[in-house]
Design a protein around this ligand. Structure first.
Ligand code: ADE
Length: 269
C-alpha cells in the first residue's frame, strides 16, 4: 500500500517511523510519504490560510496550495482513483469496519486540515481525482487532522498482510466481530489478593471459549450497549442466546432487544 500525508506540520507524523508501522515501512510493506503543504505555496510568506467569506472566527485553508499538493500525489497509477481521506469532526465515523475497507486500497492520501478547515471547493474539485471521504475519529474536536491520521494509519496499517507477526491476534480483538474483547490475564494466578478466573486454569478449552464469549457479551452490554443494538443476531449460537438472556437481552426479529423490566417490578421498588 502507498500512503501520502499532506500537512503543514510534517514533524507531527514522525511517530509513523516507529514501532509496527515504522517496521512495515522498512520491510517495504507500506510506502509512506509525508508532504509539507507549504512547499506547494507560491508567495514569499508561504501562506496557507485566509479569512472566511461571510465572516466569523478563525481562518480557512486556501484552495490552491491544496490542489497543487493533491495533484502531485494523485494518480500514482494511470486510471486509478486513490481514496482521499479528509480527517474532520464533520466526517463519517472511523470504525474497525472502515479500517478493514481502507486496508484493501492500493493508495490512501490523507489531507490534514488545520484552523477552521479547508475551503470546501477543494473537496468538490478533488472528486475528479479521488474517492473523497471526510472521516471523524469521534465526537470531539482536535486542533487538526494529524493526530487522527496517526490513529487511522496505525489501525489500517496493522491489517495489511505481514504487518502483525501473528495474524490470529487480529481475529479475537475488540470490534473484529462487533463485540468488545474478553478480559485477559497472565502469571501469577494470584496477585495482590486478586485471582485469575478459575475457568482459565481448568484446561477445559470448551468451557474457556464459552466463558470468554460470555465476557464479551457482558462487557459490551455494560460499556457499549449501542454495539448490541446493531448486532446481527443471526450469528448467535444457542449458548450465546442463553448468555445474552442472563444479561437481559432477547432476540426479536433478528435483532437484540433489551428486556424491559415488568411494570410490577417497577411498582414494587
Ligand atoms: N480534526 C479535528 N477534529 C477531528 C476529529 N474528531 N476526527 C478527525 N479529524 C479531526
Amino acid at each position: 500500500m502507498r500512503i501520502d500525508v499532506v500537512s503543514i506540520f510534517p514533524e507531527y507524523l514522525a511517530p509513523l517511523e516507529l514501532s509496527l508501522i515504522g517496521k512495515a515501512r522498512q520491510d517495504g510493506l507500506v510506502e509512506l510519504n509525508v508532504h509539507d503543504l507549504r512547499t506547494f505555496t507560491t508567495d514569499k510568506h508561504r501562506t496557507v490560510d485566509d479569512t472566511p467569506y461571510g465572516g466569523g472566527a478563525g481562518m480557512v485553508m486556501k484552495p490552491e496550495p491544496w490542489a497543487q499538493a493533491l495533484e502531485s500525489v494523485a494518480g500514482v497509477r494511470e486510471g486509478t482513483k486513490p481514496v482521499l481521506i479528509v480527517p474532520s469532526p464533520a466526517g463519517e465515523r472511523f470504525t474497525q469496519a472502515l479500517a478493514y475497507e481502507l486496508a484493501e486500497e492500493e493508495q490512501l492520501v490523507f489531507a490534514c486540515g488545520r484552523y477552521e478547515g479547508i475551503d470546501e471547493r477543494v473537496i468538490d474539485w478533488a472528486q475528479e481525482h479521488f474517492t473523497v471521504r471526510p472521516v471523524s475519529l469521534g465526537d470531539y474536536v482536535l486542533n487538526g487532522g494529524e493526530v487522527a491520521v496517526l490513529a487511522m494509519v496505525e489501525a489500517i496499517g496493522r491489517l495489511l498482510p505481514g504487518v502483525v507477526g501473528n495474524p490470529e491476534s487480529l481475529v479475537e480483538e475488540s470490534h473484529s466481530d462487533g463485540l468488545l474483547e474478553y478480559p485477559v490475564y497472565t502469571k501469577p494466578s494470584s496477585w495482590r489478593d486478586h485471582e485469575v478466573p478459575p475457568v482459565l486454569l481448568s484446561g477445559n478449552h470448551g468451557k474457556i471459549a464459552q466463558w470468554r464469549r460470555h465476557e464479551q457479551f457482558r462487557r459490551t452490554a455494560e460499556r457499549r450497549p449501542d454495539l448490541l443494538d446493531n448486532f446481527d443476531a443471526g450469528q448467535l449460537s444457542r449458548a450465546d442466546r442463553n448468555a445474552l438472556a442472563d444479561l437481559g437481552y432477547n432476540v426479536v426479529d433478528g435483532r437484540l432487544r433489551r428486556r424491559m423490566e415488568s411494570n410490577t417490578a417497577q411498582q414494587t421498588r
